[in-house]
Design a protein around this ligand. Structure first.
Ligand code: NDP
Length: 311
């Protein structure tokens, strides 16, 4: 039984780097890399960061696809993904904490008017604005899973009023929890910052469209670190232009890299980053090695994805 690593993002991590890290945990493992897969019949586990439609069909004996992150939408969207192939993901507090830090960084710069001061400096303008108070600012975190909970807790620790929204109802200390589509507009209306940490599923795709932007507080900032295809980007630009919300911070886009022609690049109310809010895997690498071991021993795998729910 062989594990094939085919990450496809050498700027982030090379296949060799991950193989070396996995061999630390499983020195006897048969681990191949994308450039030298050997006999494709041997491959029973595939580890990817990006996944192309039909990729699973290259390996006749494939049993498991292990994603090197949390979002598995591209894998599940593959119409040719065999039913028998299980999909597993990673759960890591390392990148979750990085995403919390990212969201906090963008919120704090708004609270302290840093973008305005940058602009004023260029005009030698000396004008003061009172800092916004955390205790009087409401942060709404959409998605209260492994990462969303870390994000929400980071804002609680920094003195913000924090609300959260998820599919099933949660009870979390110091976080006002909303659940289900019916409760979303009420949660949005009260929020100064809306942070999406939602997965891309048939239920969430394109949910941020004209109608939902109409429920936003007009002074609010939308921060998307979940998945880009949740947002209708044409509607977002129109909503910003019409003053339905005040700004957007986007780490994820519907097409990545974002095409040069996208109006998002030059929109004055949009701040973009190239899908970097959660970056490092940390000790979650051990879970990939553990899943290889479990697959070999016919045991239940860590972090299975529910193909029906899509996450
Ligand atoms: P989890 O699976 O742990 O949590 C997902 C959360 O979303 C759950 O709270 C779930 O609700 C909620 N949810 C799902 N569908 C709906 C819906 N239809 N309505 C309301 N809530 C819904 O995922 P993680 O927290 O680990 O990761 C979240 C996402 O973050 C990933 O799917 C990935 O796309 C993205 N990500 C982005 C990164 C980046 O660098 N930008 C890095 C890592 C992840 P419930 O609790 O009720 O099931």
């Amino acid at each position: 039984m062989a594990l094939l690593i085919d990450i496809k993002h050498p700027d982030w991590m090379t296949d060799d780097e991950l193989r070396d890290a996995l061999l630390e945990y499983e020195p006897q493992a048969d681990i191949r890399i994308g450039a030298e897969p050997g006999n494709l019949d041997d491959i029973e586990m595939l580890t990817v960061s990006s996944y192309f439609p039909g990729e699973a069909l290259k390996y006749p004996n494939l049993k498991v696809i292990q994603k090197t992150g949390a979002g598995v939408n591209n894998i599940l969207a593959d119409a040719d993904l065999p039913e028998a192939v299980r999909v597993v993901r990673l759960r890591t507090d390392t990148s979750g904490n990085e995403m919390a830090e990212y969201a906090l960084a963008y919120v704090l710069q708004e609270q302290r008017h840093i973008p305005q001061y940058r602009q004023q400096q260029a005009q030698s303008s000396w004008q003061a604005y009172p800092p916004r108070k955390a205790a009087e600012s409401t942060v709404l975190v959409l998605g209260l899973g492994r990462i969303g909970k870390l994000v929400a807790e980071r804002f609680v620790a920094n003195g913000f009023r924090v609300c959260g929204w998820s599919r099933s109802r949660k009870q979390l200390d110091d976080i006002e929890c909303y659940a289900g589509n019916d409760e979303l507009p009420r949660a949005l209306a009260a929020a100064d910052y809306v942070i999406s940490v939602l997965p891309s599923t048939p239920q969430t795709r394109s949910m941020f469209a004209r109608e939902l932007f109409g429920a936003f507080n007009p002074g609010s900032i939308f921060i998307n670190v979940g998945r880009g295809d949740l947002v209708d980007e044409t509607d977002l630009v129109a909503a910003l232009d019409d003053g339905l919300l005040a700004g957007a911070v986007l780490d994820v886009m519907s097409v990545e890299p974002l095409p040069e022609s996208s109006p998002l690049w030059l929109h004055p109310a949009v701040q973009l980053t190239p899908h970097v809010s959660g970056y490092h895997l940390g000790d979650a690498i051990a879970d990939i090695a553990e899943n290889y071991r479990r697959l070999r021993n016919n045991q239940a795998l860590l972090n299975p994805v529910d193909r029906e729910l899509g996450y």
